[in-house]
Design a protein. Structure first.
Length: 437
């Protein structure tokens, strides 16, 4: 297994397109705060606009993701990117407009391209050999870690050094440029046959992957709590708040390094076991960051937490590939994206409430406990689902309502068959997608 399997012209075009479409996502929350901070009650208004943006993502990601056509997904992605361009341009051009107008543009900017990340991830995994899927997802994680490390610096520099509206205008230009890149990529991520049916069967298939969404949201919740409470934690420790920026950048770089190392080899154990190990390790390091008094120790703990967090997210994406048929993958990635956004939004409310009544270090430890509870819930759900499949596959005389079997004798979930279409090939279940890499 090697990253050389990922290196191709198509993947390079995909990478440029992904950066151009996701850099605005990373820039927007902070850019909205800078946009209105000089107004009366500017910080409150900025937080409200950021909430409207995130709400747009959370609401639209699963809805639009369900509508993605695997054979012609490019058309849907281009329309979403165009809508996002309008939203960002409206925020930048009409920076002095009424808050309701800005809120509408923020919601549009978040909602219109909300299914892009899921569709682009499904497209990426179709551009590489099956044996290189883990490396492709690791490369994507490294790329996004770089985006999230650069974005805050770019926003602050442009907003303070040029004009508050410039970061949002730049976001609009980047998203518009990503349309050209998307048009240069394949029209879809399937073999051209419609593998899925819209409706209840596909929805049931997506719902059955709920443990993956829970664990994915847990990792983002812990990451968000670390980010949002870090300035208060540094102040509690008597450390300059200005160090929060470099520490968070170090955490993002650690995530990139962790993603690279994850893709270097195959790892033992089932995906759900790997996820639990990585999440527990991340929880340990975030707890240490809350307890260590020195700046160097806090920074090191955050870097190590970032390394494990990227591995946990890659494992969640691989688990989703194991749980869903190809026709539902883009929708599943979009639901995972929405779950992560919901987790981050809930973290903001949790952090704000906890910091009113407890010390920042205590708030982080409460967040760690919540993360461990969600991790345990996700592990239980995956173990229960896999156990049900094992029971079904061991049945010698299936009834008319029992799962059917494919040509190789592997048990096939009837809902998956329904979601795959009458003519689609059944999906083998219960295997680790990384086996043999």
């Amino acid at each position: 297994m090697s990253y050389r399997d990922v290196a191709s012209k198509q993947v390079l075009i995909w990478a440029c397109t992904a950066v151009a479409s996701r850099m605005p996502v990373a820039m927007t929350p902070l850019a909205l705060v800078f946009l209105v901070r000089e107004r009366p009650g500017g910080y409150t208004l900025g937080a409200t606009l950021a909430a409207a943006y995130v709400l747009g993502e959370i609401v639209a990601a699963p809805v639009l993701g369900m509508r993605l056509d695997p054979a012609r997904g490019r058309r849907h992605l281009v329309v979403g990117l165009a809508g996002g361009t309008v939203g960002f341009a409206g925020l930048g051009v009409l920076a002095g407009a009424h808050p309701v107008v800005l809120g509408a543009f923020a919601f549009l900017a978040g909602g219109a391209p909300a299914a892009t990340a899921g569709g682009q991830r499904a497209l990426l995994t179709s551009l590489v050999p099956e044996r290189a899927v883990a490396q492709a997802l690791s490369a994507e994680s490294m790329l996004m870690s770089g985006v999230w490390a650069v974005s805050p610096v770019a926003v602050a520099g442009l907003a303070l050094g040029v004009a508050p509206r410039v970061p949002l205008l730049l976001a609009g230009v980047l998203m518009a440029s990503s349309i050209a890149g998307q048009l240069a990529l394949p029209a879809g991520w399937s073999n051209g046959e419609q593998e899925g049916e819209e409706g209840r069967a596909r929805t049931r298939v997506l719902i059955r992957a709920w443990p993956v969404y829970v664990t994915g949201a847990a990792s983002i919740t812990l990451l968000g709590l670390s980010e949002l409470t870090l300035p208060a934690l540094l102040e509690q420790r008597g450390i300059g708040v200005g160090w929060s920026g470099p520490m968070l950048a170090g955490m993002a770089l650690g995530a990139g390094l962790g993603a690279f190392l994850y893709g270097m080899r195959s790892w033992p154990g089932r995906l759900r076991a790997r996820s639990v190990v990585l999440m527990c390790g991340m929880s340990v390091f975030v707890s240490l960051a809350a307890l260590i008094p020195g700046a160097a120790g806090i920074a090191l703990a955050l870097v190590l937490a970032g390394m494990l967090q990227s591995g946990a997210l890659i494992t969640r994406n691989l688990s989703l590939r194991e749980a869903l048929p190809p026709s539902a993958l883009a929708a599943g990635y979009s639901v995972l994206y929405a779950a992560a956004g919901a987790g981050y939004a809930a973290t903001g409310s949790l952090a704000g409430g906890l910091l009113q009544v407890v010390a920042p270090s205590t708030a982080i430890l409460v967040g760690v406990q919540l993360t461990l509870v969600l991790t345990a819930l996700g592990w239980w759900g995956e173990a229960r689902r896999d156990g049900s499949r094992a029971d079904v596959s061991s049945t010698d005389a299936p009834s008319a309502d029992a799962p059917r079997a494919d040509a190789s004798g592997a048990a096939v979930d009837p809902d998956v068959v329904a979601a795959s279409g009458a003519e689609g090939a059944p999906i083998a279940r219960g295997c680790d997608p990384e086996r043999g890499l």
